[in-house]
Write a protein that binds this ligand. Structure first.
Ligand SMILES: [Zn+2]
Length: 357
């Protein structure tokens, strides 16, 4: 009871603080000062948009509620000029810098709700977004490896997980969360083939049927992608073949992840696919080199920050938006913090220059 009251009190204090910063004009003023020093662009990274409670097909944090998404778009379209990623990349290639406050919306992973819940809202607000889809998963109703443990743990009736010498309880919510973290950590270090074999063993240990997902449409299919790409509101980018952590992959695996996906897009997409989102935002020199040699023009990370005119096209920053993020919390806790950091770093550089003279 007391902890509940504390939680609500904290939420209220946060809301009051964020609201006062926003409604007093503090946000606009700080952004104005920061933009006077240098105009920058914002790329937001969303994953999924859902109705109501989070499902078990991906981490809850990746599932933003649709009413929250709509309220964010309402504000973003007033405060920023929302442009497609291709337009931002063209501006960066020109090298003249930004003449407006640009924002780009991106959506990772290619879940079906991109078509059912995101696309209609983009059309309603007449703004565009870029969907990063793993071509290997289109229309396949199978989950990325990192989402499978959570889904299996939600289905199982067993009370222990036995796998690779590990034997731990999976009864309470906390047990299952712990099991999910351990499984994801270990699976992330494996190559795709070994990982598939281990996921099979995990399913067996949990008594889960291999066809557990077969009758549900979870990911985007070719028709969804075709319809979205045919509109002026959607661009599609790559997200690797197996959603592996590229920095853990040897060079030949990276080449496979990039080149094989390139082949699928070249034979299926109605419009060339030239942008890439690193799975988990994690990348390496080899990954960047492979993208360049396979004809990709730019890539986005999950390193939090603005995009500036001198940025490397293969290391573009993004700002992640999660389920718990309200419109005000994105503005104050994420964007405002970055504007302030930008102002302070300019002041610091100025003072260093002044004292050196
Ligand atoms: Zn992803």
């Amino acid at each position: 009871m007391f902890s509940h009251a504390m939680k609500y009190a904290k939420k209220l204090v946060k809301w009051l603080l964020f609201s006062s910063l926003y409604y007093s004009g503090g946000f606009n003023l700080i952004r104005y000062v920061s933009d006077r020093l240098e105009k920058k662009a914002v790329i937001l990274c969303y994953h999924r948009v859902v109705d109501g409670k989070a499902d078990y097909y991906s981490a809850p944090g990746t599932q933003l509620e649709s009413r929250n998404f709509r309220s964010q778009l309402k504000l973003w379209s007033k405060k920023y000029k929302i442009i497609p990623l291709s337009e931002l990349v063209a501006i960066l290639k020109d090298g003249y810098g930004f003449n407006s406050s640009y924002m780009v919306l991106t959506f990772d992973d290619g879940f079906k709700d991109g078509f059912t819940h995101v696309f209609p809202v983009l059309k309603e607000f007449a703004v565009s977004g870029t969907f990063f889809v793993s071509a290997n998963f289109i229309g396949k109703n199978s989950l990325f490896w990192q989402n499978q443990p959570r889904y299996y743990l939600s289905l199982t009736t067993r009370d222990r997980l036995k796998w690779k010498g590990i034997d731990f309880p999976i009864v309470s919510k906390n047990d299952k969360l712990r099991a999910e973290c351990i499984l994801k950590e270990k699976l992330g270090l494996m190559g795709p083939e070994k990982r598939e074999a281990d996921l099979y063993r995990i399913r067996q240990s949990l008594g889960i049927n291999n066809d557990a997902l077969s009758d549900k449409e979870i990911m985007l299919n070719h028709n969804d992608i075709y319809q979205m790409q045919s509109s002026p509101f959607v661009e599609v980018g790559s997200h690797s073949m197996s959603h592996s952590i590229l920095s853990n992959c040897p060079p030949d695996q990276i080449e496979f992840e990039v080149k094989e996906e390139r082949k699928i897009w070249d034979s299926t997409a109605s419009i060339p696919v030239v942008f890439f989102a690193y799975p988990f935002g994690i990348y390496s020199e080899s990954a960047m080199a492979s993208l360049q040699s396979n004809g990709y023009e730019a890539a986005v990370t999950l390193r939090e920050g603005f995009v500036r005119k001198s940025d490397d096209l293969y290391q573009l920053n993004r700002i992640s938006v999660f389920r718990d993020d309200t419109t005000l919390s994105v503005m104050i806790r994420k964007l405002l913090r970055l504007y302030l950091r930008h102002i302070f770093s300019n002041i610091k550089s100025f003072l260093i220059w002044k004292f050196k003279k």
